[in-house]
Design a protein around this ligand. Structure first.
Ligand SMILES: Cc1cc2nc3c(=O)[nH]c(=O)nc-3n(C[C@H](O)[C@H](O)[C@H](O)COP(=O)(O)OP(=O)(O)OC[C@H]3O[C@@H](n4cnc5c(N)ncnc54)[C@H](O)[C@@H]3O)c2cc1C
Length: 432
């Protein structure tokens, strides 16, 4: 096998949302960085994704806010409903809630393509390459060496040395598997998510994210693009929980789901504010995805190699944190690298000390239903419906859950009050 060889200050394995954000952020800070992505071509895969205001602040800091705002939708309200369509609670989101930045709902593929195009244009095609699949990683004197199979030239490899290698290669991270060979498949909680997007009339005011039902059966919808004809591209998730815990096959974001498996369960979810069966039947296609995560790790860094994004902390897609936390990792890493430019070991130690405990707490909070707990309580206390929600759950009880989750996930309003990017925080020493 012939092998090309090069060296960079930082090498990122995986050109997904977190890896590309890290590349743009480090490059703009003057760091020599390269990315290698496994897929031969970046295609706009996936459906909707949400970015919380603290992650949007970081994307703003690297100059992407205008472009993302014009390609997504900024929800102003999150509304919770019971399985009978009755209102439980609503709360303002993004700027409407007093944040300096919006929350953004966007097609994941659009986001990835925008990040990829920005990275190629700013770093150049030599530094951002697709079709390179990581097969080996090892520490060497003063750095780490990553070896990639070059997919469109069978028998060819590329090996790259770097002061630091960042594994941003997603929930099935090769680096994580090499480091933790016994970890096995992600852990499934039995829930299946049928996800899709379709052109539809706006739901409610066209700026509301709706969550209806309870942990055993739930419907979520939010717009991800305004269309010129006044309609919207609406993302939906119809979810139900099975008794199974064993995944028959590895989960895949692109696995096609069957309408016949999900539609009957929602056939009577016709409310005055949304017609769920109509949405499911009108969707051109849908994907089925199991609710999986992995246990938090005891460490992320070994020598000059560390983890970032889903490779480090895959979590249930609850509470809009998957992509948001990967973006925060990227920016904290940038701050740590800049604070310790001549001492990569210290940069990685401080990065991990900030991000590993914080994201581990969110993985666990999401297992405990995160911000969806009030929906469970309402279902348990009033399965047949209610005359007044105040008889079922108090505002204080809901606020305790939702405020607690905001604090855990790092987007409590006061945490963003200074307006300062996390990359500009003080990383001179370990957090106290
Ligand atoms: C195809 C796809 C569709 C998705 N759709 C959705 C969605 O609809 N909604 C949602 O909430 N989340 C979705 N996600 C997950 C979401 O992107 C992540 O949870 C989140 O954005 C964190 O991003 P990440 O960069 O850590 O991981 P990812 O976005 O998963 O990116 C990881 C990247 O690493 C690459 N990679 C993997 N192995 C190797 C290797 N050995 N060598 C080199 N590169 C490698 C992958 O090809 C991928 O591009 C999707 C992910 C993928 C890959």
């Amino acid at each position: 096998m012939s092998a090309a060889h090069s060296r960079h200050e930082i090498l990122i394995v995986g050109g997904g949302i977190a890896g590309l954000t890290a590349a743009l952020s480090l490059h703009r800070a003057g760091v020599d960085v390269a990315v290698r992505e496994s897929v031969p071509e970046v295609k706009p895969l996936g459906v909707g994704i949400n970015l919380l205001p603290h992650a949007v602040r970081e994307l703003d800091a690297i100059g992407l806010l205008d472009c993302l705002e014009s390609n997504g939708v900024a929800p102003t309200t999150l509304a919770y409903f019971s399985a009978r369509g009755q209102t439980i609670w609503d709360e303002p989101r993004g700027r409407a809630a007093g944040y300096g930045w919006p929350q953004l709902s966007i097609h994941r593929g659009t986001l990835q393509v925008l990040l990829h195009e920005a990275a190629v244009s700013e770093l150049g095609p030599e530094r951002i390459k697709t079709g390179h699949h990581l097969v080996d990683i090892r520490n060497i004197d003063d750095g780490a060496r990553a070896t990639f199979e070059v997919r469109d030239h069978p028998g060819t490899a590329e090996s790259i040395d770097a002061d630091i290698v960042i594994a941003a290669d997603g929930i099935h991270s090769t680096v994580r598997r090499l480091r933790h060979p016994d970890e096995g498949m992600p852990i499934w909680n039995g829930a299946l998510l049928y996800r899709g997007a379709l052109e539809a009339e706006p739901i409610l005011d066209g700026r509301t994210m709706v969550w209806a039902g309870h942990p055993d059966q739930k419907f979520i919808a939010y717009p991800i693009r305004d269309l010129p004809n006044g309609r919207q591209l609406v993302n939906f998730i119809a979810e139900y929980r099975t008794d199974s815990r064993e995944l028959a096959e590895r989960e895949d974001w692109n696995r096609v789901g069957d309408l016949a498996d999900i539609a009957p369960m929602f056939s009577d979810w016709v409310f005055d504010w949304v017609d769920v069966p109509k949405i499911l039947h009108a969707a051109p296609s849908m994907f089925v995805f199991p609710m999986v995560d992995r246990d938090p790790l005891e460490s992320w860094t070994e020598g000059r190699v560390t983890l970032l994004g889903d490779a480090a902390h895959p979590m249930y897609p609850i509470g809009s944190n998957g992509a948001s936390q990967g973006i925060l990792d990227a920016r904290v890493l940038t701050g740590c690298v800049l604070a310790h430019r001549n001492d990569p070991d210290t940069a990685l130690t401080i990065y991990e000390a900030h991000r590993r405990p914080a994201t581990g707490a969110i993985v666990l909070a999401n297992r405990g239903l995160g911000p969806e707990m009030p929906m469970k309580l309402v279902h348990e206390r009033a399965p047949g419906g209610f005359d007044s929600i105040d008889d079922v759950i108090s505002r204080d009880e809901i606020l305790e859950v939702t405020d607690g989750y905001r604090r855990t996930a790092g987007f409590a309003l006061e945490a963003l009050a200074s307006g300062r990017s996390v990359a500009d925080a003080d990383y001179s020493a370990l957090p106290s």
